[in-house]
Design a protein around this ligand. Structure first.
Ligand code: XIL
Length: 381
């Protein structure tokens, strides 16, 4: 597949008063989009919120259709939304998300089946509020996965089956899934998803993947799934990156270590925060808190030129890395369309103004968009 350039022939009638009227054909090129420029490399995706897949946010929808080839739901397929009570599923939002993807011919990924967060508490407890047995939790996990995956069989092409189960030091997160079931919850989840849709791709997804400890832990965990003969197609590296973290060399080491397992690599939740990371104790002094809030939210009215240039350069380095490994990477997905919608405005500090995505608050492409497009042309196979 090679990039298809959109060439538009604009017919212009140019009238010259003195020499009479003559028809002139002027050839202009429609601006390339991310989707068209990257078509021969990897899917370029974005996470969608409710206002987007229900048709309310028309400015975003225009960009999604024009620029992106893949989508993932930001929240609407998480188990607290889709399975709020035992035996009661609510697929209202999820169905609309999938309909939007199908109507616009987008590659649809599901996010996510098993995660410690945004999961309803009933899943883990009995009527007395005590932890359920291993057998009961496995059964509930199976019911959940089977119902959700089979509903979107053939429509959703890949699932984040397990999200964020390994800690930075490589050990297992002490989630309820882990403490009640043990390590086995991960291969079981993959097995249940495979049984529900034998054709769908299955992924493990996590953040801070550049950390050596996490890299090794994820490699060992994925190997153990493979050794059991259970299907796993890909590893999603959430790309919640900052101006300092991670070191790009460490990110590259993880990318190659994951690819060496024989699975696809995906950059799944890409955004680059320009804001400082909160550290240390802010104390209880009100004046201090105001000062702290100003320090933590330094660009409420726009980015200074030099900060914007540094942000662009850093994002560009990452895209160069993605181009270098374009044969291993199948998808690069941004965690949102434009800056105003990014979760980074509210996390890890609520109410800040961040600039983490490719399109600004007015839905305009930032300089990085053209850089990605022009560099993609230099980095074919
Ligand atoms: C975030 C959403 O963007 C927020 O809207 C929500 O409040 C919390 O979750 N890792 C993940 C994503 O896998 O599901 C998270 O999404 C961001 C971190």
């Amino acid at each position: 597949m090679k990039t298809i350039k959109n060439t538009i022939l604009a017919m212009a009638l140019v009238c010259f008063a003195l020499s009479g009227c003559s028809k002139t054909t002027v050839e202009t090129e429609a601006p390339a989009t991310l989707k068209s420029a990257l078509a021969d490399k990897f899917y370029i995706g974005t996470a969608l919120n409710q206002a987007q897949f229900t048709g309310v946010d028309t400015a975003s929808i225009r960009l999604i259709k024009e620029q992106f080839s893949a989508i993932v739901p930001e929240n609407c397929m998480k188990s607290e939304v889709i399975h709020p009570e035992e035996g009661r599923f609510d697929f209202t939002q999820a169905d609309r998300f999938v309909d939007f993807g199908e109507a616009n011919n987008l590659f649809i990924t599901g996010h996510c089946l098993i995660w410690h967060s945004q999961t309803p508490q009933w899943l883990f407890v009995d009527e007395q509020g005590k932890d359920v047995s291993r057998e009961v939790l496995i059964e509930r996990m199976k019911n959940h996965i089977t119902a959700v995956v089979s509903r979107y069989k053939g429509k959703i092409k890949g699932w984040d089956v397990v999200n964020e189960a390994i800690l930075d030091d490589g050990s297992y997160r002490e989630s309820k899934f882990y403490t009640i079931i043990g390590e086995e919850f991960i291969p079981l989840a993959f097995q249940f998803a495979h049984e529900a849709d034998p054709d769908v791709e299955l992924y493990y997804n996590d953040y801070s993947m550049a950390n050596e400890g996490k890299r090794n832990g994820v490699v060992a965990m994925v190997k153990s799934i493979q050794e059991k003969g259970i299907r796993i197609d890909g590893i999603g590296m959430q790309g919640h990156i900052g101006m300092q973290y991670p070191a790009i060399e460490e990110f590259e080491k993880s990318l190659t270590a994951f690819a060496a397992l024989g699975v696809n690599v995906m950059i799944t939740e890409l955004d680059l925060t320009v804001l400082p990371s909160p550290q240390g104790d802010v104390g209880a002094d009100v004046a201090q808190t105001v000062k702290y809030q100003q320090e933590m939210n330094p660009y409420p009215d726009g980015l200074p030129k030099e900060v914007e240039a540094a942000w662009t350069a850093r994002f560009n380095e990452f895209f160069k890395l993605f181009f270098k490994y374009q044969d291993k990477i199948t998808r690069v997905t941004l965690w949102g369309v434009s800056d105003g919608d990014s979760w980074k405005n509210d996390w890890p500090v609520f109410g800040r103004t961040d600039y983490a995505l490719l399109f600004d608050r007015n839905y305009q492409p930032k300089p990085i968009v053209n850089l990605i497009i022009s560099e993609s042309e230099l980095t074919g196979f």
